[in-house]
Write a new protein. Structure first.
Length: 360
């Protein structure tokens, strides 16, 4: 029997349960965990809501299998439906299951604990491994291909935007300068290049390649675009009283979540109206005051929680038709396409969405 408690620690577990469980107290309530991982959060939700069922989405078959094993060990498998998919296939997943409304949607973004600790896909700069970085190994684009094929301009953009890397331009130039003679195939090669390029006097704490690896992972898996396309799908399937709860670990992820939630938290009536029409009033209510962060003790217990930002809203009235239509347009725009490179990832179910960093 696997002891899952030794494999990972779900981030802000109690806080997430407190936000999700109140929406799941009625018989037949449904929660969708879009980033199932090893099911740490998912198990806690089902234990706190004994009349609810959970749909667990994950693009990583290994993680999905382990999560299913965990549900059996916990005696929760009768209320659990595992689905191998990307979370930006949210609409399709619910359609295939014959479900229209759900009562909670949970997302824990980034990279799962299982993947962080793996040594054979090149996610970590701590191990020398092939530069793969695919969360779903059936998709086409790999980190090797990004480093071999992208222009210097696009590489610099990725490192600067997704990694917030100060020396993005210099790193991109060095990669393009060296790759013809020596293709970048392993994480060790990339580590050594960044170590040469980034001045020692201007390095952040930790490994100087950390930001570059993060940027590559986001690019390979299309994480930010997929997040932007998934949030409107989740909102359009929420029942009144339903909750959307999201943990982010990157400033751009958190910005995307915050911006989306703001659509329903503010009135869209024209400025200056003496009375706001009912149809223009907010349809979300904030359940968190700003973003919830891990405290010092939580960070000490689980250093991976240091960057977490937790936000949650509740749907307090039906979403107006004009917003339903707008959210549907947002869902359709650009799904499956990488914005910088124009690289089209192939396969109906192979262009999969993001995983939860430091996920349970």
């Amino acid at each position: 029997m696997t002891d899952f408690s030794t494999i990972h620690q779900p981030v802000l577990l109690d806080e997430c349960v407190d936000l999700v469980a109140p929406a799941l107290q009625q018989p037949g309530s449904i929660v969708v965990d879009c980033t199932l991982g090893l099911a740490g959060h998912a198990c806690a939700f089902l234990k706190a809501a004994p009349r609810a069922r959970l749909i667990g989405i994950d693009r990583d078959r290994e993680a999905l299998g382990m999560a299913t094993q965990r549900m059996r060990q916990e005696g929760l498998d009768a209320r659990f439906t595992p689905v191998h998919a990307a979370f930006d296939e949210f609409d399709r997943v619910l359609h295939d299951l014959g479900i229209h409304r759900v009562h909670a949607v949970f997302m824990d973004l980034g990279l799962s604990s299982l993947q962080i600790d793996e040594t054979d896909r090149g996610f970590s700069y701590s191990h020398d491994a092939p530069l793969d970085m695919r969360m779903d190994i059936t998709q086409d684009l790999t980190a090797q291909q990004v480093l071999a094929q992208y222009s210097e301009h696009d590489l610099a953009y990725i490192f600067k935007t997704y990694g917030e890397e100060r020396f993005a331009r210099q790193i991109a130039h060095a990669i393009v300068d060296e790759r013809t003679a020596t293709p970048f195939e392993t994480s060790g090669q990339l580590n050594r290049l960044v170590d040469r390029v980034v001045p020692k006097a201007h390095r952040p704490a930790g490994n100087p390649a950390k930001r570059v690896f993060q940027a590559l992972r986001i690019e390979v898996n299309g994480e930010l675009d997929k997040l932007a396309h998934t949030l409107p799908q989740a909102a359009n399937h929420l029942a009144v009283g339903g909750r959307l709860v999201v943990e982010s670990y990157h400033s751009l992820e958190d910005k995307t979540v915050k911006s989306f939630m703001r659509y329903g938290l503010e009135s869209d009536a024209p400025a200056g109206l003496p009375v706001i029409p009912d149809d223009a009033k907010p349809f979300f209510t904030a359940l968190t005051r700003g973003a919830v962060k891990a405290d010092e003790q939580q960070i000490a217990d689980n250093p991976r929680s240091a960057s977490v930002r937790l936000r949650a809203v509740e749907l307090t009235r039906p979403i107006p038709d004009r917003w339903v239509e707008r959210f549907d347009r947002m869902r359709r725009e650009g799904v499956g396409r990488n914005r910088r490179s124009g690289h089209q990832q192939h396969g109906q179910h192979h262009d999969h969405g993001t995983h939860g960093t430091r996920r349970g």
